[in-house]
Design a protein around this ligand. Sequence first.
Ligand SMILES: *Cc1c(COP(=O)(O)O)cnc(C)c1O
Length: 453
Amino acid sequence: MQMSQKPTNLPYFLGPEKEKKDEYKRVLTDTIEAITDSVDDQGAYQGATVEALQQALAQFSLLPKQGIGWEALLEQVKQTILPHFLRTWSPNYMAHLHSPALLESIASELIIATFNQSMDSWDQSPVATEVEVAVVNQLCELYGYHEGSDGVFTSGGSQSNLSAITMARDWYCSTKLGHDVKKEGLPPSYHMLRLYTSEVSHFSMEKSAHLLGLGYNAVRKVPVDDLCRMDVEKLNAMIESDKQAGLLPFCVVATIGTTDYGSIDPVGALREVCDREGMFLHADAAYGSGLQLSPTYRSRLGNLSLCDSITVDFHKMFLLPISCGALLVKNKEHFSVFTLHADYLNREEDEEEGYTNLVGKSLQTTRRGDALKVWMAFQCRGKDGYGKIIDTCTENAAYLAKELLAHDSFTLAIEPELSSVVFRHNGSCELNKRIRKELLHHHQVVIGQTVYK
Ligand SMILES: *Cc1c(COP(=O)(O)O)cnc(C)c1O
């Protein structure tokens, strides 16, 4: 699309000059207006098909010889992009664990993007580093960890789980096999290592096992009970027979809120198994972690501080913008698996002088200052405000489940523990699939899908 208007010269950056500040404000104000103008009903999705969206995008030359400038660009975004975004705040948007973003957290995103700090070294993110340190301390306290614990912000649950399983693998190899994976790579018996997680756990277990050189076969899927929770008796039996076969059980991953059902594995019983067997216990609480702020339902999670590490996602129940997750670790020594020193970045002498370089705890180097979102939202809403949000969400799910149970045409898969309600229409599978697509393309309603049993 060619615009006849001559592009204005947009400054590159914000700066102290009045003209730059004015232009910064203008660009953002225009954007805010375009966004708010584009929201004029309660629909979750305007309904466009794959082909329609591809065609709409095909009209643009993405890297034109000459830039079209801000005004023309905004016009195109208004025409082509904004109308088609999902409205995550819509009551009709119920798919996945994908949440709307609290208003104050959108302001935090603006601050994060404007200042563009990088969380690898203190001299790239002075106050943002201290914000992350403070938020991590608060989180350790919230989940019942004491002195000696630590954490790091991540891109989300998948990265948190990969990081935790790396720690578990290296800890096991070092303490049980006397082998330093960091220096020497995998031990000769690497193909004997086994990780146990429920059959309805997240696929990042297999992905991590692959990336860590252990392979999918290292992941043992433990059957679940009627409520989709890991069956501890069966876990014990699997560990026993694996040991008989000469295999090396090194880790249990409890899912605290399974992605599909919101079911919660029993951490108390799993801690006993891990203590008896000398295994690492990780809690994948990517979904369920938000319940910790619920005064009413918190006890459903069990005592997460029994776990060696905890995955927390803020872009799910905490209603913060993607991406925002953390990994909390009971014994901070485990972070040494990610520590390396680069002369240009995080010299050891920095730490002696009191500067914190967070890169030593992360898989990432350059990293967004996502902790600010938690810092701002926690203060803005407080324990009471967040508690109410999470209680209401949990109660809405219970209400929907009750209505479905009372209705002849629907079957509820399991009683919800968190916010997910898994149900089906009593007609054929085909009919169920068709209902979902009809809702998506013709009724502005988005619901998720899965396969139960
Ligand atoms: C969502 C989810 C993940 C993955 O988290 P991302 O933030 O999407 O990477 C892992 N485990 C569980 C149980 C989840 O629900």
